[in-house]
Design a protein. Structure first.
Length: 364
């Protein structure tokens, strides 16, 4: 990135003034008697050295400082405000720690007492910079400090700008948990028209999704951004209206806030979180679990029915083979290991339904 012209003029002027002052100082120290006749006059000597060094400063200082300054401006333009603040905090913190370490080092014998305090300040300043530069998102997230980057701000505005905050509890609302939002299937369900009432997204749930989207971990960050995209899709495509609620609960964990809000409003909670499901059920809150819904709408298979399935791997027992239906249901085939990587017809012998899903046992 090119350095602004105004800054170039400031550098030139500063270089001219600085080296001109150096020329004037040097002229004051030179013995006039040993100089040639034209320069033996104080006015001529001071003027000559000042003008020569000022011209040198005007020409040379930009040539020396503009390349690194241009690189610095280019680097800063690529950093977010939060990262610049974090780097500054890291350097200042490192200098403070270095100053504390320098106190006992100053009592060491010469020349260590002059050198080691400076070395310690430089080392700790670099450590502070490197730590904050690598972990600033995680540190700010732990301290509950959030910054809006341009990309994130644009996405948040699309999610929340068009939807006003809920002024009062809706008569028929459904609370969305962050796990259900990130899962994304709730958007497909809402497109079918089966959901009646308003989808309520508490502000603290939205904040949690945003914190996940800001996570330094790539997988968590991708999940959080998917959640924000799902909210945007719900706003545009869902047959059920989506609203954001500013209703809050006393400071506590997000799951606890959600349960308190559900008890206060009487709204059910949509979630995929197993622990939240259990805690909410124990407190009398109605829970709508998307995994349970997915299991409920799977096709019903009865013992004796025939399936055409491909055996893709061995089971826990040596002779078992394992395949999967199109909906992801596991099919365990007795004596199916002999048909590995083959598509065969099997007869259903037993269907086992658990909280984690459904498992089918069959025979060739």
């Amino acid at each position: 990135m090119r350095v602004p012209a105004s800054l170039r003029w400031v550098l030139r002027l500063g270089g001219a003034v600085l080296l001109g002052s150096v020329g004037w100082t040097i002229a004051s120290l030179l013995p006039l008697a040993s100089l040639p006749a034209p320069l033996s006059t104080p006015f001529v000597l001071h003027s000559a050295l000042t003008v020569v060094l000022a011209i040198l400063g005007w020409l040379a200082v930009p040539w020396l400082f503009l390349p690194p300054l241009s690189a610095l401006v280019e680097r800063l333009s690529q950093l977010s405000v939060s990262q610049i603040i974090a780097d500054f905090i890291g350097v200042v913190t490192g200098l403070i720690v270095g100053a504390l370490v320098a106190v006992p080092l100053s009592f060491m014998p010469d020349p260590f007492r002059q050198v080691l305090p400076i070395v310690s300040a430089v080392i700790f300043a670099n450590i502070g910079f490197l730590v904050m530069n690598a972990r600033y998102r995680e540190i700010f997230s732990a301290l509950n400090i959030r910054f809006r980057t341009p990309a994130r701000a644009a996405l948040e505005d699309e999610v929340s700008q068009e939807t006003p905050a809920l002024p009062a509890p809706a008569r028929d609302g459904i609370l969305l948990d962050s796990s259900a939002i990130i899962d994304g299937r709730v958007a497909d369900i809402c497109q079918t028209g089966f959901v009646r009432g308003e989808l309520i997204v508490p502000r603290f749930v939205l904040n949690e999704v945003q914190r996940i989207a800001d996570s330094p971990d790539a997988i968590r960050r991708a999940r959080g951004r998917r959640g924000l995209e799902v909210l945007k899709r719900l706003q545009k495509e869902s047959l059920a209206p989506v609203r954001f609620s500013d209703d809050d609960a006393p400071p506590r964990e997000v799951d606890e806030k959600l349960v308190v809000l559900a008890k206060r409003t009487g709204w059910p909670v949509v979630t995929n979180d197993f622990n939240l499901n259990k805690v909410a059920s124990l407190q009398g809150v109605r829970v709508l679990n998307i995994n349970e819904l997915a299991n409920a709408v799977k096709s019903v298979l009865l013992p004796g029915e025939t399936l055409n399935i491909k055996i893709i791997q061995r089971g826990k027992d040596p002779k078992q083979g394992v395949g999967y239906l199109d909906d992801g249901t596991m099919v365990v085939v007795e004596d199916g290991a002999d048909f590995l990587d083959e598509t065969i017809d099997v007869v259903v012998s037993k269907v086992l339904q658990t909280a984690a899903g459904r498992m089918i046992f069959a025979k060739p």
